[in-house]
Design a protein around this ligand. Structure first.
Ligand SMILES: [Zn+2]
Length: 76
């Protein structure tokens, strides 16, 4: 008897903390940003860039962007 279950792919929960950056410019990631932690240059897509611009508009002195690698360090 087969007990194979259907594995449903869990969709990633979209939060403000989830950012998809790439080290090189791509079709979608065409906005250059600097990580305020490590100073690295990354390219982000329109949606991510909008969030950064929004955050800067609210608090120009705040931290505009932290790359995923630095965020992971903070969380652990
Ligand atoms: Zn970083």
């Amino acid at each position: 008897m087969s007990t194979r279950r259907e594995m449903k792919e869990t969709e990633p929960v979209e939060t403000l903390r989830v950012m998809t950056e790439s080290p090189v410019r791509t079709g979608l990631n065409r906005h250059e940003v600097d990580c305020s932690e490590c100073g690295g240059h990354f390219y982000v897509d329109d949606a991510t860039y909008d969030r950064i611009a929004e955050a800067l508009a609210v608090d120009p002195a705040g931290v505009p962007y932290v790359c995923q690698e630095c965020e992971d360090v903070e969380e652990s």
